[in-house]
Design a protein around this ligand. Sequence first.
Ligand code: C2E
Ligand code: MG
Ligand code: MG
Ligand code: MG
Length: 275
Amino acid sequence: AAKAEGRGRYCLFVPAMDEALQKRQRLAQQLHLALENTVDLMQWYQPIMDVSGTKLIAVEALLRWQHPQLGAISPAEFVPIAEETGLIIPLGEWVLEQACKMAITCPELIVAVNVSPLQFLAPGFIANLMAIMARYGIDPQQIELEITEGVLLENAQHALKTIKTLRAAGFCIALDDFGTGYSSLSYLVQFPVDTIKIDRAFTQSLGVRENSATIVESVIKLGHSLGITVTAEGVETEEQRLMLAAAGCDRLQGFLLSKPQPAEQLHALLREMQI
Ligand code: C2E
Ligand code: MG
Ligand code: MG
Ligand code: MG
């Protein structure tokens, strides 16, 4: 399109595109190194609580990359790069291993792990996952796998089969970022999941946008009628917590309750809560 708009335009665009591409390639190489040494990669944990905000139910494992020169890079930036380069497969395995290590130290705790659509649909995913679980001696009941609608859109039949197999093995499946993209209520009927996670955009529209409470309430009602547990993400205010509690939401996650934190800090929190 840029080319069709004339030579001048075309020339202006190329260097910028080049730079972005080069940056991505550099990051991909550095991520590869980080994964080999696993010094700058960390897994942090964010508590998921009941609606009163007092009982810890689970933690979500979240990747952190402390780049030696650039500082902290968001997973929202580097996970897509890992997906483009295929690095997401070894990275995803490392993520699962770290989650198992956390699960061993807290047998009462459910550890929720984000799984990229690419990883979820890759051949051998179930076999790799089961091998990791066996290596660490973790019961699948302790692990919740968070997938996004991307999984369901990509290859619905394969996704459905994989979800069913994993649930039969004892894993819980959570549908992440619910309410964004194309994700619709009809997915919930088609795909048997244990949990939906209402996206933080929805949570944060509570009390701000008109009708948002009604929408959230109907998502929760439908979820419940299908036997699905509902978690709200991105809860930042007491007002949001109260509205979610009134709407019948089951679990809350967000800065109001706790930010993601390194393993040592989470362990201190668990000791405090006597878990
Ligand atoms: P997600 O799975 O939806 O994770 C929730 C994100 O919301 C996290 O961002 C978390 O830090 C942030 N968050 C939690 N509570 C609040 C709040 O109250 N307010 C605000 N503003 N934000 C909140 P994070 O850690 O930057 O991760 C971003 C995304 O990167 C994740 O979204 C997930 O899609 C992806 N990701 C993170 N770790 C992994 C991983 O191990 N594997 C894969 N495949 N993706 C990951
Ligand atoms: Mg998630
Ligand atoms: Mg989410
Ligand atoms: Mg997300």
